[in-house]
Design a protein around this ligand. Structure first.
Ligand code: CUA
Length: 333
């Protein structure tokens, strides 16, 4: 019974992995490139099922006939035994792997290749950092982090770089992974059939918080995208309340400004994300926590508790200072 329960939960787990990831599932593609990958995935899955099914049947036959010598029908000859081993151990796996390689190479690689820049409408630059993503829109002053906006139904050329170690940019519903390699710029196409939110994840072990290096791609209707980009290109909204003005002073006088940039202020740090429009993002710490007052406060007070290994230190600010800082940061829409 216990064995059955273990297999039951394993099967349920697999079903969840295969079908249930929703906004981060390669099996719910929202672009031609991702559909090609999905097709390839199903072919590989089908071939793997046939191969493992065949192996299980052979094992079963061997077990059922364990007290009788030789093969069923084929008898006991040595050369027949060798032939069976060569066929099932080398022949069939060889053919299956070569066929899958050919399909992957000729179908999936072409479709998911770095796009010809003449075929894309715009370029964005995404840079991997331990453990967050910086996003720039060349030709504008917009800089944001972890939440990438693109226009829907538009071919977007993504230039992927890294500031430190190797990361891998992966939005499974839209395209394949692309590694971010030190000293090199790689490219991948982002295209979404329809407006929506697509989750991505760093797909290369890059340190302690690798698993907490998520990102969202928002595909907006083109008008909304242009309005968003205009807003992101501007400087910060000047603080309008007393608390926010005090909070801005705390930000400039404490170490915050050494690591973060807020355009329109003297803060020019480049260690952490650009916070000019922080309040417009829906999450913090690369999707680890929602961007609300309570979570932002917890993050400022003890960043290592929220996301161990990230580079932000606790500054030991007073309750008053944190409250003013929150008023300020929450006003940066
Ligand atoms: Cu960045 Cu894993």
């Amino acid at each position: 019974m216990r064995v059955l329960a273990v297999y039951g939960s394993l099967a349920a787990g697999c079903a969840l992995v295969v079908g249930g990831c929703g906004e981060q599932s390669a099996l719910e593609p929202r672009s031609d490139a991702a559909r090609t990958i999905e097709t390839l995935w199903w072919w590989m899955f089908a071939v793997a099922c046939v191969v493992i099914g065949g192996a299980v049947v052979l094992l079963l036959i061997a077990w059922l006939r364990r007290s009788r010598p030789g093969f069923p029908l084929l008898g006991e000859r040595e050369d027949v035994a060798t032939g069976v081993v060569v066929l099932f151990g080398i022949g069939i796996p060889g053919v299956a792997l070569v066929a899958l390689f050919a399909v992957a190479n000729f179908a999936a690689l072409d479709e998911t290749e770095a796009p010809d820049p003449r075929t894309t409408a715009m370029t964005i630059e995404v840079t991997g950092n331990q453990f967050w993503w910086e996003v720039r829109y060349p030709g504008t002053t917009a800089v944001t982090a972890n939440e990438i906006h693109i226009p829907a139904r538009t071919r977007v050329n993504v230039v992927a770089r890294t500031n430190d170690v190797i990361h891998s940019f992966w939005v499974p519903q839209l395209n394949r992974k692309i590694d971010m390699i030190p000293g090199q710029a790689n490219r991948v196409l982002l295209y979404a059939d329809e407006p929506g939110r697509y989750r991505g994840q760093c797909a290369e072990l890059c340190g302690l918080a690798h698993a907490q290096m998520g990102m969202y791609v928002y595909a907006d209707p083109p008008d909304e995208f242009r309005a968003w980009l205009d807003r992101m290109s501007g400087p910060r909204q000047a603080p309008a309340t007393d608390a926010a003005r005090k909070g801005e002073r705390v930000f400039m006088n404490e170490a915050c400004a050494d690591c973060h940039t807020i355009r329109g202020t003297p803060a020019r740090g480049e260690v952490g994300p650009d916070l000019t429009h922080l309040a417009s993002r829906s999450t913090l710490a690369a999707l680890v926590i929602p961007n609300d007052r309570e979570h932002l406060g917890g993050w400022i007070n003890d960043p290592q508790d929220v996301k161990p290994g990230n580079r932000m230190p606790a500054l030991g600010l007073s309750e008053r200072e944190v409250a003013d800082l929150l008023a300020y940061l929450r006003s940066l829409g």
